[in-house]
Each structure stands twice: as C-alpha cells, then as structure tokens.
Design a protein around this ligand. Structure first.
Ligand code: UFG
Length: 329
C-alpha cells in the first residue's frame, strides 16, 4: 500500500484530498501547522503531525517515522489581498516551506510531488481560455510565490530527479458531503461561501464587486471547479508520476465561465433564499475573465471534471447549512 504525505492536509482542498486518498486505499500522513487549517477536517489519515514545514527537524521526524512514497503539497497562505500588503509573509511561508519540504524529500530519497499552484500564476491573461504555455506574469505576491515554487521544482527535477506535477487551480468550490467536510476560511473572501452565508442570514447582502467589466452582464467571469474534481486530478497526477510520467504543469478548471450574477442566481434557485445583492465598487486586481483550457489535463492525465455548477452550489449549500459556524459549530 502506498503512503502519501499531504502537506496542508487540514486545509480546504487538502482535506478533500485526504478523504479521497483514504477512500481509494492509500495510507495518508498529514502535516499541517493549523494556522489556517482545521484538525476536524482531517478524516481517516493514519497520522497527523502538527508543525511547520520550515522546521527541518519536524519534517525529518515525519520522513523517518513513515516510508513516504509521494508528497502532495497544499500548504500555503492564499489570500491575494493580504499578499499584496504583506509579501514577506507569503514568500516566507509558501516559498520557504516548499524549500524545506523539497530538502527533506531529497534527503530521504522521495522523488514525486504534486504541487498546488494557481491561475494567479498567469496574472492578467493574454487570451481565453488560458493555456499552460501562456504568459505567466503574476499581478500579486500570492501568485508570484506559487510561480517561484513551480520554477524551483523545475530545477529540483534537473538536479535531484524529483519529478513533479504542478496543478494550476481556477476557482475551487463545493464540498464532499459524504465525508462531511467543506470550506471554512477565516476570514472568508471567496464568492460562493459568502453567498452561502448571505443565504443563511449571517450577512445582510452579498456585494457584487463591479458591474462595468467587459462581460455579458458586466460582472466578472470565473471558472468554478468542484473540489472533488480537483482532488481526482491530484490522484491522476500521482498515478501519472508513479507510471514514470515526466514533470509538467496543468490547468484545472471546468473550461466554462460564470459571472458573479450567474452564481448568485444559481444560489437563489438552489437554496430557495432571496439573497440580497448590492453592486459595490470593483475590487483591485480582479481580471474580468478567467477561464481554463483543460485540454492538456484531459489528454495527458485523462482528467475530466464531472461536477457542474449546480452540484458545486448544492454541495456548498449542504456544507454551510449543516455547519453554519464551520468546524467550530
Ligand atoms: N466577488 C464579489 N463579491 C464578493 C467576493 C467576490 O463580487 O464578496 C467576485 C470577485 O470580484 C471575483 C469573483 O467574485 O470576480 C470570484 O472571487 P473569489 O474571491 O471567489 O475568487 P478569485 O477569482 O478572486 O480568486 C481565485 C482563487 C485565488 C486565486 C485566483 C486566481 O480563490 O486563490 O482565483 O486568479 F489566486
């Protein structure tokens, strides 16, 4: 049986990965400092180590106590706005954490890693849908740290033969209702969970950040992808590396875009709640449209997202209505 180390396994996407790995018969070891993750989100792991990736002794302990076959790294700070005001926090945690993790992998002879990257690596897109070979010019430090790690991975492959798959997520949303886990950020800044909190009456309204974008209804268009489809892609990436696949980068998105207004409309239909929306000024740094080409992931990994927007919103609603206070409730 294969043992996978999931760094950041107590976070939103990481915990969904843990649940899927366990379901598919993998042994899972989690490392998380619980700065943004929740211990309650970790279901079925063999062991959870609480500590920071930058702590070499902490990683040494994990790699000596467990025979790790592969690593998936989700551990990162991910608030775009905060990264602009505090870039060193992001370089320190995200990049230093990855340096430390790769050093431990090298020292312990672990040669496969799946890395959680982001559409923010592209910055303002040249065209739609975005392809992996398009220009990467991040417009915020969060995206810059992820791109820096992608580049570091390239050099680590050359020097140490550590093979990697970097997955650039578009807008992750939804939840695994069977595993009883979901999205619980504090503070929450993402559209779908904020719409859910509005439907629950925890907020008076949802702000629509700008309606003068060059899109059909004037609001920003994003490519929403179910977190369970994302987790499946990581598993395929892991299997691809196990088969001897060479290092590569893939977009993970549905290949379809929905506007902010369409998301709110879908949520009204699915929740049956009114959900008051108020147009507010644009949020700085938001590109008008971000849609992934997922052709490469389909061709090389055999990945096909199967859960559409209605499933994303209904699973998000199941989580939020069942856990109005997140993991604390
Ligand atoms: N939005 C609102 N009101 C809100 C919150 C968001 O109108 O209260 C809008 C945003 O302006 C944006 C869309 O809803 O147009 C989606 O916003 P999110 O904050 O949910 O997601 P982003 O597209 O800004 O960010 C996502 C990931 C980031 C990643 C980025 C890549 O969450 O981690 O895509 O560009 F960096």
């Amino acid at each position: 049986m294969k043992t996978i180390l999931v760094a950041g396994g107590a976070g939103y996407i990481g915990s969904h990965m843990v649940a899927l790995l366990v379901k598919r018969g993998y042994e899972v070891v989690v490392a998380d400092n619980l700065r943004t993750g929740h211990w309650q989100a970790v279901k079925g792991a063999r062991k959870m180590y609480v500590g920071d990736l930058r702590d070499g002794a902490f990683l040494h302990q994990i790699f000596t106590e467990n025979k790790i076959d592969g690593v998936i790294n989700f551990a990162a700070f991910s608030l775009v706005g905060e990264s602009v005001t505090n870039p060193l926090k992001y370089y320190g945690n995200n990049v230093e954490g990855a340096v430390s993790l790769l050093s431990a992998m090298q020292a312990h002879g672990v040669d496969k890693i799946v890395f959680s990257s982001t559409a923010a690596a592209y910055g303002e897109p040249e065209k739609q849908p975005i392809e992996e070979g398009d220009r990467t010019e991040p417009t915020n430090p969060y995206g810059a740290t992820k791109l820096a790690i992608e580049n570091m991975l390239k050099w680590c492959d050359c020097a140490y033969n550590i093979r990697y798959v970097a997955l650039r997520y578009f807008n992750a949303a939804g939840s695994d209702t069977e595993a009883g886990i979901g999205e619980d950020h504090n503070p929450e800044s993402h559209l779908i969970p904020l719409v859910m909190k509005t439907a629950l009456g925890q907020r008076d309204h949802i702000g629509i950040f700008g309606e003068d974008y060059p899109t059909p209804d004037g609001t920003c268009v994003r490519d929403y992808i179910h977190v369970k489809d994302l987790a499946e892609a990581h598993l395929l990436a892991l299997e691809y590396l196990e088969r001897g696949g060479s290092s590569d980068v893939f977009n993970l998105g549905n290949g379809a875009g929905y506007s902010v207004r369409e998301i709110i409309e879908t949520a009204r239909r699915i929740t049956g709640k009114e959900i008051k929306a108020v147009v507010e000024p644009r949020r700085g740094g938001d590109p008008s449209v971000l849609i992934a080409s997922n052709k490469k992931a389909a061709e090389v990994l055999g990945w096909k997202p199967v859960l559409g927007l209605d499933q994303i919103v209904s699973d998000a609603w199941a989580w939020h209505s069942g856990h109005p206070n997140g993991y604390e409730g």
